[in-house]
Design a protein around this ligand. Structure first.
Ligand code: 13P
Length: 237
């Protein structure tokens, strides 16, 4: 079964490092059975896309503006991402929420901007998968997906906040109930069950087990995506 393996480089890698990575990485995953995407910083998108042009690997961004264009100093629009060669964009990551004050309402506007440009969206939920997760996820999904065009590509990522960059992963048996709730709640709003990715300290040693879960459609990988060899091993799981 073809699943997603998505790299989130976060604020790492210069243009030169992105180029080096792309050259090395593409031959390592030529036989992967998964859909692979790499999401460098804004400035890494164009070089990454150019070097991966002859592959099936998707290139994505980690954020976009919630407005189409205008006097918004420092912002990067969905249209700019598209013209740089991005296929997709990660939105509402918990680091964006924590450090830059993004709310579900703002992320909802960003999803609509991205979809207007035909970008696929990976929208992240902010939950810890603990007590009360059902109610919290329901509330978030209602706001995040409000008025979102069901005809556009949407993937949801579930990353327990305590598992991000900590080396701690959710127990495999605890992941499935959460992803099932996410799919069901999303279906109520957009009319179909979207693909759901798991993220949070995914590494070579746990990737295969998580990918094998029926309700998990892929992985969103931070730290372990920085090294092309390590990330390729995950892609080849
Ligand atoms: P780590 O894989 O470093 O825990 O990061 C997860 C993440 O935030 C991916 O978006």
């Amino acid at each position: 079964m073809r699943k997603w393996v998505v790299a989130n480089f976060k604020m790492f890698k210069t243009i030169e490092e992105v180029e080096e990575y792309a050259e090395e990485f593409k031959s390592l995953v030529a036989e992967s059975k998964h859909n692979i995407a790499v999401c460098p910083s804004f400035v890494g998108i164009k070089p990454m896309e150019e070097l991966l042009e002859d592959t099936d690997i998707f290139v994505g961004a980690q954020n976009c503006a919630d407005e189409e264009e205008g006097a918004y100093t420092g912002e990067v629009s969905a249209k700019m991402l598209k013209s740089a060669g991005a296929d997709m964009v990660i939105l509402g990551h918990s680091e964006r929420r924590r450090y830059y004050g993004e709310t579900d309402e703002i992320v909802n506007k960003k999803i609509k901007q991205a979809h207007k440009e035909g970008l696929a969206v990976i929208v992240c939920l902010a939950d810890d998968g603990g007590d009360g997760f059902e109610e919290n996820i329901k509330k978030q999904i209602e706001v995040l997906l409000d008025g979102v065009d069901a005809g556009e590509k949407l993937i949801i990522a579930f990353e327990p906040v305590w598992a991000i960059g900590t080396g701690k992963t959710m127990k495999t048996e605890d992941i499935e109930p959460v992803t099932k709730v996410i799919k069901e709640e999303a279906r109520k709003v957009i009319g179909y069950m979207p693909e759901v990715l798991y993220g949070g300290s995914v590494k070579v040693s746990n990737a295969e087990e998580i990918l094998a879960l029926e309700s998990v459609d892929g992985l969103l990988v931070g730290g372990a995506s920085k090294d092309p060899n390590e990330f390729a091993k995950i892609c080849n799981s």
